[in-house]
Design a protein around this ligand. Structure first.
Ligand SMILES: Cc1ncc(COP(=O)(O)O)c(C=O)c1O
Length: 369
């Protein structure tokens, strides 16, 4: 018999990524342009300043990168108004979710997260063989009161994605503040703010302010979304120096590549790219909402760069037919939402193409019932 994984590892449902464009082209033999609206990437591409910096750094890839990410850490610390010892970098922010679990959660320890939220929290819980309490969303939003009730004095980690993936909803400052007050200080609260730079609402949590009052918070940000650098794989956590020092112990050496460090450092200076990306996203969302309303299609207004729709049809069927038309979106059956799909907001042109294709596909699927 071949070696068997530990029971908790065997029971993990692997992470399902958005389908890469080339895979879809290969599988379906599609010739024309394929639009990927499946992984909440920035449809405008990376900042030109980041690309230039990466080109320059290419000459040095015979060398190991700076293990401590000195330049990037210093620049980010200034940008955020924190000390460098409050930052931890990961190969994407998903890496840091795993670090936090490894650092604070032992097998059978108790952790809490929402049932329909970013699946990496669940995977990390399984990896550590934790005892996970999954709290259903209320109106597609984190039910912080129910989550507070699920937390016990023994809870080691609470994970909150804000805005939430896949629903795009957010909890506000006051709601989050009173939740944090209700959680024992011995429990780490992960505030995953992967989409925070897209936020336009003034009541979004001022989490850096909350961090000053609560040493058990770790805020996660990423370069994969608005910065348009998902391929570089860089995310970072911000927290109390002692928490960060503990988490740093479980990271492997040189986990942030040399090109990634160079690209992210330069991207932080490209304010124009960031603002333009936010504006295109806002306009794109407004366009999509108007179209969905015309189509009488249920959608959830989103604070991120994606929108959840629920046509109340088999989402895999809708996804498959859209894919044949060269548009990749994301069915979210694995999030317990069997008839819903998550669509990344694209460029104006992409959004228009999506709407045309979606109208046709929904008609086809309804007709086939
Ligand atoms: C809430 C949330 N956190 C983290 C990530 C992953 O970010 P990264 O690319 O930094 O690992 C995603 C990506 O979809 C996400 O939705």
């Amino acid at each position: 018999m071949i070696p068997q994984p530990r029971e908790n590892i065997g029971s993990i449902s692997p992470y399902i990524p958005g389908k890469p464009i080339e895979e879809v082209r290969r599988e379906l033999g599609l010739k024309g342009r394929i639009i990927k609206l499946a992984s909440n990437e920035n449809p405008l591409g990376p900042s030109k300043m980041a690309v230039k910096a990466i080109r320059k750094a290419l000459k040095e890839i015979n060398l190991y990168p700076d293990d401590g990410c000195y330049a990037l850490g210093k620049r980010l610390a200034d940008h955020l108004g924190v000390n460098e010892n409050q930052l931890i970098f990961g190969n994407g922010s998903v890496d840091i979710i795993e670090f936090i679990f490894k650092t604070f959660v032992a097998p059978k320890d108790h952790v809490v997260m929402a049932e329909q939220s970013f699946v990496m929290g669940k995977i990390a819980a399984k990896m550590t063989d934790a005892n996970l309490a999954e709290v259903p969303l209320k109106n597609y939003t984190h039910d912080l009161e129910a989550m507070a009730r699920a937390v016990t004095p023994q809870t080691k980690v609470v994970y909150i994605a804000n805005p939430n993936n896949p629903t795009g909803t957010m909890v506000n400052h006051d709601q989050l503040k009173s939740f944090i007050k209700s959680v024992p200080e011995s429990c780490v609260i992960i505030l995953d703010e992967a989409y925070s730079e897209y936020i336009t609402r003034s009541d979004f949590p001022r989490s850096m302010e909350l961090l000053k009052d609560h040493s058990n918070i770790i805020i996660l940000h990423t370069f994969s979304k608005i910065y348009g650098l998902a391929g570089l794989r860089v995310g970072y956590g911000i927290g109390h120096p002692e928490l960060i020092a503990a988490v740093r112990k479980v990271r492997l050496p040189f986990n942030i590549g040399l090109l990634s460090q160079a690209g992210c450092l330069a991207a932080l200076d490209d304010i124009k790219h960031l603002e333009h990306s936010r504006q295109v996203n806002d306009e794109g969302k407004q366009f999509l909402y108007r179209q969905f309303e015309k189509m009488k299609l249920f959608y959830i207004p989103s604070e991120g760069n994606f929108v959840l729709i629920d046509p109340k049809l088999d989402s895999v069927e809708v996804f498959t037919r859209l894919q044949k038309r060269g548009i990749i979106v994301r069915p979210v059956k694995n999030y317990g939402l069997p008839t819903a799909l998550r669509i990344t907001v694209g460029t104006e042109k992409q959004n228009k193409k999506l709407v045309v294709a979606l109208r046709k596909v929904l008609k086809e699927v309804r007709r086939s019932l």
